[in-house]
Design a protein around this ligand. Structure first.
Ligand SMILES: [Zn+2]
Ligand SMILES: [Zn+2]
Length: 344
C-alpha cells in the first residue's frame, strides 16, 4: 500500500454548469460513490481542501481577470470566454475550492504522502487573463509553479484535449510537459501540433479513432523514454476522462484498460525516482466512463486489488483501424525527428 491522500470537499459538486452544458460534477459524485461502495476509504486518507487564496491565484492569473470573474460570479450572469464557459452564481467560489484542492494535494505530498489525488482538479485550458473550455483558473499551472521550486517536475496530460493553458502559462518554467491529445482540423483548442514542441514541451497529436493499441505505442515510444531520462521527482498526471471511447466530445477510443496501462507505467516510473504523484481529473463527458476510469486509476495508485474494482472495467481493449495506426506511426517518427533536431 502506498500512502495516499484523497482530497475532497462536497463543495466540489457546486462547480457544475447548468442546463445542457456537458461539464457536470456528477462525474465526481459518481466516482466517490463507486469508491465508497468498494471500501476505498479504509485505504485512503480523505483530506479537506481550503479555498485557493488570492495570492495563490496570482501565481498564474492577472489581478484584473480575477476581479472580473468575482464580479460576474456575484451577478450570476455572463460569459467568461466566447461561449464555452458561462457564468453561474458562485462560480468564483466553486472554482477556488477546486484549485485549493490541487494545492492541498501538493501540500500533502510535501508532508509525506506518496500519492495525492484531486479528481476535482485539472483545468488545463484556463489562460492568464481569460477562461477557456469550461476552465476558470488553471490549478495545474499553479501547483506546477509552486512545485518546481522544490522538485524536478513533469506533467503528463492524458485528457483528450491539448492542455493549451498549461503549456502557455509554463512556457518559461523549467517543467517537462507531455500531452497526448486528439488533433484534427476544427477540433478544440486547435493547438498542440508538432511545431509547438520544444525541449520541455512534448505534444503527441493523435488522429480521431486512435484506440488502445496506437495510443500505447505512441505513449511507450515517445512519452516513456523522455520521462525515464528526465526522472521527475514529482509527477503530475492530468487524467481527463474524455479520451475514452464513449466520450461524446472527443473521438479518441481509449478503453479503461488503455488508461490503466498508462497509469501503471507512470506509477512504476515514479517509484524508481521518488514515488511522488499527484493525480488530477480533467474533462470527461460520459460521466459513467469517466468515474470508472478515475476509480480504476486510484485503485492502481493506492494498491487496491479486488474483483469489485475489476467489474468497473470495459469488456475489452480497443483497436485502431490500419489507416489510423499508420498515421500514428508516422507521427511517432516525426516527433523522434523533432527531438533529434532539438538535441543538436
Ligand atoms: Zn505507489
Ligand atoms: Zn478534455
Amino acid at each position: 500500500m502506498h500512502k495516499t491522500a484523497f482530497i475532497w470537499s462536497d463543495s466540489y459538486l457546486d462547480y457544475s454548469f447548468p442546463g445542457t452544458h456537458p461539464f457536470k460534477s456528477l462525474r465526481e459524485s459518481m466516482a466517490k460513490r463507486l469508491m465508497e461502495e468498494r471500501s476505498f476509504f479504509h485505504e485512503l486518507d480523505v483530506l479537506k481542501p481550503q479555498p485557493a487564496t488570492r495570492q495563490e491565484l496570482e501565481i498564474a492569473h492577472d489581478r484584473s481577470y480575477i476581479d472580473q470573474v468575482k464580479m460576474l460570479s456575484d451577478i450570476g450572469q455572463g460569459m467568461l470566454d466566447e461561449g464555452d464557459t458561462p457564468v453561474f452564481k458562485g462560480i468564483y467560489e466553486s472554482a477556488l475550492i477546486r484549485v485549493g484542492g490541487s494545492i492541498s494535494a501538493l501540500k500533502s505530498i510535501d508532508s509525506g504522502y506518496q500519492h495525492a489525488i484531486n479528481i476535482g482538479g485539472g483545468f488545463h485550458h484556463a489562460k492568464r487573463s481569460r477562461a477557456e473550455g469550461f476552465c476558470v483558473f488553471n490549478d495545474v499551472a499553479i501547483i506546477a509553479k509552486i512545485a518546481e521550486k522544490k522538485y524536478r517536475t513533469a506533467i503528463v496530460d492524458i485528457d483528450g484535449h491539448h492542455g493549451d493553458g498549461t503549456e502557455e502559462l509554463l512556457k518559461n518554467d523549467n517543467i517537462l510537459k507531455v500531452s497526448l491529445h486528439m488533433f484534427h482540423r476544427g477540433f478544440f483548442p486547435g493547438t498542440g501540433n508538432l511545431e509547438d514542441n520544444d525541449e520541455k514541451t512534448v505534444n503527441i497529436p493523435l488522429p480521431p479513432g486512435t484506440a488502445d493499441d496506437a495510443y500505447l505505442l505512441a505513449f511507450n515510444e515517445i512519452a516513456m523514454p523522455i520521462l525515464e531520462e528526465y526522472r521527475p521527482e514529482l509527477l503530475i498526471i492530468m487524467e481527463g476522462g474524455d479520451s475514452h471511447f464513449d466520450d461524446p466530445l472527443v473521438e479518441l477510443k481509449l478503453s479503461t484498460h488503455g488508461y490503466l496501462n498508462v497509469i501503471k507505467e507512470l506509477h512504476s516510473l515514479s517509484h524508481k525516482v521518488s514515488g511522488k504523484i499527484i493525480l488530477l481529473g480533467g474533462g470527461g463527458y460520459n460521466y459513467d466512463a469517466t468515474a470508472r476510469t478515475w476509480v480504476i486509476s486510484i485503485a492502481e495508485l493506492t494498491g487496491i486489488q479486488s474483483i469489485e474494482v475489476d467489474t468497473l472495467h470495459d469488456c475489452c481493449n480497443t483497436f485502431s483501424s490500419p489507416f489510423v495506426m499508420e498515421k500514428v506511426k508516422d507521427t511517432i517518427q516525426k516527433i523522434k525527428q523533432v527531438r533529434k533536431n532539438l538535441a543538436h
